[in-house]
Design a protein around this ligand. Structure first.
Ligand code: BG6
Length: 464
């Protein structure tokens, strides 16, 4: 591996910081949604707000050279007028200075889903004004941290928070409405382009990208109908983010299909020009699994998501488009995620062939229930998962893909959105019951050795 390859873990502000109302932070849409619905929340989470020094030191001791994290918009911008909260900036300066102290390269996301509630109250991503507000927030961050950060990304996973928030309804704001989904998707991609534009116009050093929840698409067979279903699935899962961010264009076949049933007049020529002219420098791909599909011709759209950790609750069937199916030969987690490292290899090669931009694997991990009261969590399954996925990355690199980093999700245990803290992903165990005690898992030491061996420790194999 190249000596500049970035090896690290990733987190997100809402999922780890806690301190939800400290130092003049205003509520995010997630704070309000979870409080109002009396759901498990991230008020305290992993208390990274107070324990960042220990967490970043452990990254260094674990052999890592980078940390991917997000900035919280509601910590930094106090109100709709755009006033800046200096205490919010100070917190991230402390994080960045600690990264520097330990020689950890920061890899920073501007938006990992925690929209300020004052914007949600005006319609959130359905309100076009939020795009300009995002641009203002991005500019404040570039100005404040431009000399400490060289790797920026605008949004984490537009597909995930838009589909879940506006189509499936399991995330705030909880809509199940295709028209709203399209508007939110458009506004997010336009806001992302504005963020890229502001970065370039400001002449800041470094590079800017976007992070996508990548689910490469496979079909159950090679028939024409399955191929058509695959294209629908690829447009729904991947292309509206990656084509738009990397090539500057929404997939035309997707827009023409949607235009038959929905109003697409919210797409404006001058804004599409901004999208076209402000494509990203690189793409970040979060990989958990692929999407295996077959045609879905009968019945209504059915979408549901497994947040209980009881197998069999996830469903994705989109009327006239595709049905997501399971491959009975592969293992799935209790949360219905198929373990399929070959999908990462195939997906990386596909993304490289299609976009020819540098790629960072910005999240990869496995979420499970774990007893963290033991001296050390022996998470062999995570070691094997990481080995196989890093092997997939190496195979893709051998075939020419330009991949520059790998981030385990997550650096340490954190709050897993609607799954609460029960679903654990960390390299470091956090005992949420016992004063947030941190204890490295076996995977943390394995990752350290693997990084120190510069990838030589990976058990290599070709996938069938
Ligand atoms: C990604 C997100 O979708 O996957 C993370 O960027 C998230 O924020 C991770 O936590 C795992 O998903 P989940 O729902 O199991 O926490």
């Amino acid at each position: 591996m190249d000596k500049n390859f970035l090896w690290g873990g990733a987190t997100a502000s809402y999922q780890c910081e806690g301190a939800w109302d400290v130092d003049e932070k205003v509520p995010s849409m997630w704070d309000v949604y979870l409080h109002e619905n009396d759901l498990e929340n991230g008020d305290v989470a992993s208390d990274h707000y107070h324990r960042y020094e220990e967490d970043i030191r452990m990254m260094k001791e674990g052999g890592q050279n980078s940390y991917r994290f997000s900035l919280a918009w509601p910590r930094i911008i106090k109100n709709k007028e755009g006033d800046v909260n200096q205490k919010g900036l100070d917190f991230y300066h402390k994080i960045l200075d600690t990264c520097k102290k330990y020689d950890i390269e920061p890899f920073v996301t501007l938006y990992h889903w925690d929209l300020p509630q004052y914007w949600e109250e005006t319609g959130g991503w359905l309100n076009h004004e939020v795009c300009a507000a995002f641009e203002h927030y991005a500019k404040v961050c570039y100005e404040a941290f431009g000399d400490k950060i060289i790797n920026w990304t605008t949004f984490n996973e537009p597909k995930w928070f838009v589909a879940n928030g506006y189509m499936i309804g399991n995330y705030p704001p909880g809509f199940q409405d295709p028209q709203k989904t399209m508007i939110a998707a458009y506004n997010v991609m336009y806001a992302s382009a504005l963020g890229v534009k502001a970065f370039r116009e400001g002449g800041y050093k470094g590079q800017i990208g976007i992070v996508h929840s990548y689910t490469p698409v496979n079909g159950v067979d090679d028939s024409i109908d399955t191929r058509i279903a695959m294209r629908y699935a690829d447009n729904y899962c991947n292309n509206w983010i990656l084509d738009t961010a990397a090539l500057g264009e929404f997939p035309i076949d997707l827009i023409s299909v949607l235009a038959k049933d929905y109003d697409v007049s919210f797409m404006k020529a001058d804004e599409l020009k901004v999208i076209k002219e402000n494509t990203v420098d690189f793409i970040g791909l979060n990989y958990y699994s692929r999407t295996l599909v077959k045609p879905y011709t009968g019945g209504e759209t059915q979408l549901s998501f497994n947040h209980s950790g009881k197998k069999g609750e996830s469903k994705v069937l989109i009327k006239g488009w595709f049905e997501q199916v399971k491959d009975p030969n592969n293992e799935t987690t209790e949360w219905d995620t198929e373990i399929y490292p070959k999908g990462l290899q195939d997906g990386l090669i596909e993304a490289w062939d299609r976009y020819h931009l540098p790629i960072y694997v910005t999240e990869n991990g496995v979420g499970v229930r774990e007893d963290v009261t033991v001296d050390q969590v022996n998470d062999d399954y995570r070691i094997s998962f990481m080995n196989d996925h890093i092997n997939a990355i190496m195979n893709a690199m051998d075939q020419g893909a330009d991949i520059r980093g790998y981030y385990a999700w997550a650096s340490f245990d954190l709050y897993s959105w609607k799954n609460g803290v029960e679903k654990r992903y960390g390299l470091v165990a956090v005992d949420f019951e016992k004063e947030q005690k941190r204890t490295p898992k076996a995977s943390y030491y394995w990752f350290k050795d693997m990084i120190e061996s510069n990838g030589e420790k990976i058990q290599r194999r070709e996938f069938d």
